[in-house]
Design a protein around this ligand. Structure first.
Ligand SMILES: *[C@@H]1O[C@H](CO)[C@@H](O)[C@H](O)[C@H]1NC(C)=O
Ligand SMILES: *[C@@H]1O[C@H](CO)[C@@H](O)[C@H](O)[C@H]1NC(C)=O
Ligand SMILES: *[C@@H]1O[C@H](CO)[C@@H](O)[C@H](O)[C@H]1NC(C)=O
Ligand SMILES: *[C@@H]1O[C@H](CO)[C@@H](O)[C@H](O)[C@H]1NC(C)=O
Ligand SMILES: *[C@@H]1O[C@H](CO)[C@@H](O)[C@H](O)[C@H]1NC(C)=O
Ligand SMILES: *[C@@H]1O[C@H](CO)[C@@H](O)[C@H](O)[C@H]1NC(C)=O
Length: 264
């Protein structure tokens, strides 16, 4: 079930309330980056994915900073230390990258992949990404400010009030829908299959899960902004490795989003 939900995209038990109750849970405090895992911009020969979550792990050296020849152990180490995902979650990424899409790897070893291998269109990468343009426009790998800006606006990341500093599930669902509509309107070759639609919804569930503030039942706007625009884990904005998160948790968020955006 979770595998089918995540099929078609790159890249996360508690009750998920759909009404966020913002609480001052240290979300905006200034924090410290873990020693040896400070954020660094990737170098010109480093490999990066179309996925801010994996890129952030590489930019902090939780994944090898070069982003190449990524192994199962690399993913396991990074997803645990960076995001505290349980093994059932990162197993999926590895299976997707090395077994389901057997031919995306360009390393010469089918058990490993380079982060940029994940940009192969319609295997893992697909149209309607929140922060990447569609392949039709030439580049589906790098962050696109023109794609992201309207999404950021819909998420309310610009000039928000102190009492409105969280991205709720409702807001994230609306932003997801608006981006799908914009991508479809702009791209004459836009295609998202039924399975892939679960994938794009899955990416929304995944970034929320990754940046989830358990106290507020929502994701701090400051964290979401940093994560997408800088591909940086928002330690400086108060992120600390949360208690562990498993596929059930991501699935709960996924279902909550699906209920809001419809099943068509
Ligand atoms: C990745 O693996 C290839 C093939 O084994 C090797 O030539 C290359 O040096 C490796 N790159 C890194 C960064 O480890
Ligand atoms: C492998 O790549 C080919 C050509 O790009 C594609 O047609 C095929 O579906 C891919 N196979 C898998 C398992 O992804
Ligand atoms: C391929 O990569 C895996 C994982 O790092 C490694 O265990 C294996 O020895 C490699 N195979 C070859 C032929 O290099
Ligand atoms: C935030 O505070 C302002 C001014 O007190 C109020 O008008 C607004 O409704 C509040 N917004 C939220 C989301 O609570
Ligand atoms: C989409 O996700 C739902 C909920 O997890 C699942 O029931 C359905 O089978 C998935 N559809 C596809 C095509 O994977
Ligand atoms: C992950 O969460 C568990 C509790 O859910 C905690 O014991 C552990 O220290 C956390 N790991 C990291 C790396 O923060």
């Amino acid at each position: 079930m979770i595998l089918s939900m995540l099929l078609g995209y790159v890249a996360s038990g508690l009750m998920v309330g759909t009404q966020a109750v913002p609480s001052p849970v240290n979300s905006h405090a200034s924090g410290h980056e873990p020693a040896g895992h400070e954020w660094q911009k990737p170098g010109p020969f480093d490999s990066r994915a179309p996925c801010p979550g994996l890129n952030s792990l590489a930019n902090h050296g939780w994944l090898p900073r070069h982003g190449k020849n990524i192994t199962y152990d690399d993913i396991k180490y990074a997803a645990y230390h960076g995001y505290n995902y349980t093994e059932d979650v990162y197993e999926i990424f590895y299976i997707l990258a090395t077994q389901v899409f057997t031919n995306i790897s360009t390393t010469g070893n089918a058990s490993t992949f380079n982060l940029e291998d994940l940009a192969r269109h319609n295997t893992i990468e697909q149209d309607g990404s929140l922060s990447r343009n569609d392949i039709y426009f030439g580049d589906n790998l790098h962050f696109s400010a023109p794609v992201w800006e309207p999404v950021a606006e819909d998420l309310g990341l610009k000039g928000y009030a102190a009492n409105d500093s969280y991205v709720t599930i409702e807001t994230a669902a609306k932003a997801y829908l608006a981006r799908q509509e914009a991508a479809q309107a702009a791209n004459p070759a836009f295609t998202v299959s039924f399975t892939q639609r679960n994938g794009t919804r899955g990416t929304t569930a995944l970034y929320l899960a990754t940046l989830w503030d358990y106290g507020a039942k929502a994701a701090p706007k400051a964290w979401v902004d940093t994560f997408f625009t800088e591909e940086r884990i928002p330690y400086l904005e108060g992120y600390t490795t949360p208690k562990h998160k498993n596929t059930d948790f991501i699935h709960e968020l996924f279902v909550a989003i699906e209920e809001l955006v419809g099943f068509d």
